[in-house]
Design a protein around this ligand. Structure first.
Ligand code: IMP
Length: 196
């Protein structure tokens, strides 16, 4: 069975293909399915945004489509930056500008607890929808540490490992990350769905 990934990100394609390979599922990027839609992420939740993307690509391609949406939710900031993680502080900021703004906005704030959240939605042409969610709990570091990863990784501290996400190898991060957990949960759901 062929699935379309509602993304232009080759890394996400490899990650999803690997995890679904043994289910006999082939995953292709939306560009390889001839789909050129840029969906506005207007939802209030990660689930809503992943549904918007998956539904649009399923409708445009006629194939089952998978989309993900993720971000960082900080308790002391009422869940911000949340669904606005990629746009926090406006379009002129880069990854470093965004995490520095976050540290600035957290100055003097307590608690420093935060969680990464990832939602994955799969829409089928017959109207069926599968949704999986993964979370990873941590705290905000007081200063960036580590060179790996992307986005907010240098300021997301995992207390049990005493390291930020940016100090973990890709394998270490995948084993505990929001995205790794959501992918595992999605795999289980899809496996059960395909057996029906
Ligand atoms: P997307 O849903 O993959 O587009 O991610 C949305 C935004 O959330 C990214 O631009 C990052 O700012 C942030 N984000 C999501 N996952 C991670 C992660 O694993 N590490 C660091 N930042 C992340």
């Amino acid at each position: 069975m062929k699935f379309v990934l509602a993304s232009k990100n080759q890394k996400k394609l490899v990650e999803l293909s690997e995890i679904l390979a043994h289910l006999g599922v082939e995953v292709i990027l939306q560009s390889d399915a001839g789909v050129d839609v840029d969906v506005e992420e207007t939802g209030n939740t990660f689930e809503e945004n992943s549904l918007l993307k998956a539904k649009a690509v399923m409708e445009a391609s006629g194939l089952p489509a998978v989309a993900d949406d993720s971000g960082l939710c900080v308790d002391a900031l009422n869940g911000a930056p949340g669904v606005y993680s990629a746009r926090y502080g406006g379009p002129e900021l880069d990854d470093e500008g965004r995490y520095r703004l976050l540290l600035e906005n957290m100055r003097g704030q307590m608690p420093r607890t935060a969680r990464f959240v990832s939602a994955i939605t799969c829409c089928f042409p017959n109207g069926d929808v599968l949704t999986a969610r993964g979370e990873c709990q941590g705290t905000l570091a007081f200063a960036p540490q580590g060179e790996g990863g992307f986005g907010y990784d240098p300021v997301f501290f995992v207390p049990s490992l005493r390291k930020t996400f940016a100090q973990l190898s890709a394998e270490e991060k995948n084993a505990i990350s929001h995205r790794g957990k959501a992918l595992e949960a999605f795999k289980e759901q899809l496996e059960a769905y395909l057996k029906k």
